[in-house]
Design a protein. Structure first.
Lengths: 293, 202
């Protein structure tokens, strides 16, 4: 009797492990349109009303917990922000002068003004779910294909790029954040020479990104802004419009730059706390650039 | 199969679904020391401790599959880890029958550590290019710490939900008899056993 129980227990355990391994292998080698992915999207679509409802019902609990958490770190944040305000005040004066010059010059050469985020048909969406692990940096939002959202649409939150849409169902979408291991975007540093590189996440650290493939001799300093580069080369075009803020250089170690051609970038958006996002549903709007006569 | 089994299955299925929904919609969005608590390994561990290795493993598989599905992750990864958590916490119950009130605390810490370290190992095996940074270790450690703090209330809640559907366990009955002094809590041991003979039994 006891032996029978032991055998049954082992058989069920082996079956469960086997099914998990088969699922893992099958899923890992499949494309986005494969049956397993489709079933997964279907289940997400079915569960999305439950998630939306639960998110609304539980929002007071979430807010109270976040309030307590925010209060604990408010003091250190205040000191840090005060320093940043001083820096930005000095930068603002400089940019004001440059903006004036830019306005005059763009009027002279009739530069296309359709590159602002408003021209990309932004769709506002609320975050209704979030991944707790360090490995998959994803959030679920309450807008989907019924609202015009499509695969790979750029997503802005907290005033900066936060990710792109990687799964779309009727009324819900999954946004993969810029700190996910699968993410990469062409980015530009707003320094004197406008150095560009590829921004990738420092996996396991939600507060850091790495801007790679930079020139080793680039004169990059801490605090410089990093924005999307938005390249276009023949038929190839970046998914992300140029000029969306991403973050600022947090560590510009010269050895790292010379040996690995990379600097560290801190995301501008607080990726663990934003509650709503804007999805740019027409990512290629405003790509016609004015030509200097 | 006892008469309670369908009730138990229904309760466990609802428990898994509600846990995953609450985890994703609320708990994951609350950051404590830069990390979020993770209820799912704690619930799987609690079910294993309360019901045994087989239901624990099945609960682990189902909860893991649900987590992977809802979060659109690689199917099977979380299931694999949670099968281990459910099975071993069930085996702990079957082999040691721990009665100490703080066992869920230690088991919760172990379950979270297994989930965190196991996920890291599987991600490396799947080819995620990530440095083994101090921050990664620190974040796993803080998650274990946060989960340890909430392990007891989660265990108590899970026990409250599934105990009415559990078949009557002879060990539980025996333990209750031992701690209360008899099958009836109104009867003390001396009353039940009668007068103990003096004189060393000679």
């Amino acid at each position: 009797m006891h032996d029978k129980q032991v055998r049954r227990r082992r058989a069920v355990l082996a079956l469960l492990v086997g099914v998990s391994l088969i699922l893992l292998t099958a899923y890992f080698g499949e494309s986005q349109n494969s049956p397993l992915h489709s079933v997964q999207r279907g289940i997400v679509a079915v569960l999305s009303p439950v998630q939306t409802g639960a998110s609304k019902v539980l929002s007071p609990v979430r807010d109270i917990a976040n309030w307590a958490s925010d209060t604990l770190r408010a003091k250190s944040q205040r000191d840090q922000l005060q320093k940043e305000v001083d820096t930005y005040r000095a930068q603002a004066d400089l940019y004001r002068t440059k903006a004036l010059q830019y306005g005059q010059l763009s009027a002279e050469i009739k530069l296309d003004q359709s590159i602002g985020a408003d021209n990309y048909d932004p769709v506002a969406a609320d975050v209704i779910g979030r991944d707790p692990t360090l490995w998959y940096q994803q959030v679920t939002v309450d807008k989907g294909s019924n609202d015009g959202v499509a695969l790979n649409d750029p997503v802005i939150g907290d005033g900066a790029l936060v990710g792109k849409v990687t799964t779309v169902a009727g009324s819900v979408s999954i946004v993969t954040l810029i700190t996910d291991h699968s993410f990469a975007v062409a980015a530009q540093i707003l320094d004197s020479s406008g150095d560009t590189g590829v921004l990738v996440p420092a996996v396991g650290n939600p507060n850091a990104l790495l801007l790679q493939d930079l020139p080793g001799h680039a004169a990059i300093t801490v605090g410089e802004q990093v924005v999307t580069a938005g390249f276009k080369q023949g038929p190839l075009q970046s998914l992300y419009p140029a000029g969306i803020p991403i973050g600022q250089v947090s560590n510009a170690d010269q050895n790292q730059l010379l040996n690995n051609n990379q600097v560290e970038v801190a995301p501008a958006a607080d990726l663990r706390h934003f509650d709503s996002v804007q999805i740019l549903t027409k990512p290629f709007a405003g790509t016609e650039r004015a030509q200097v006569p | 199969m006892s008469a309670n089994t369908p009730r138990l299955i229904l309760r466990l299925a609802l428990l898994a679904l509600i846990t995953v929904v609450i985890q994703e919609t609320a708990v994951s969005q609350v950051s404590i020391f830069g990390v979020s608590a993770d209820l799912t390994p704690l619930v799987v561990m609690s079910v294993g401790l309360l019901t045994g290795s087989l239901p624990g493993a099945i609960m682990g598989f189902a909860t893991g599959l649900l987590v992977d599905t809802v979060l659109v992750q690689t199917l099977g990864v979380t299931s694999l880890l949670y099968i281990a958590i459910g099975y071993w916490s069930g085996r702990l119950r079957e082999l040691r029958d721990p009665a100490h009130g703080l066992v869920p605390l230690a088991a919760g810490a172990a379950a979270t550590a297994v989930a965190g370290i196991g996920m890291t190992l599987i991600q490396f095996l799947l080819g995620v290019d990530a440095p083994v940074s101090f921050l990664l270790v620190q974040q796993i450690f803080i998650t274990v710490l946060v989960n340890t703090l909430i392990a007891l209330p989660v265990f108590a809640l899970v026990r409250r939900i599934i105990t009415p559907a559990l078949p009557d366990d002879p060990r539980r009955r025996r333990r209750r008899a031992y701690t209360t002094g008899g099958l009836s809590p109104l009867q003390s041991p001396s009353q039940r056993l009668g007068q103990i003979p003096r004189g060393g039994g000679q």
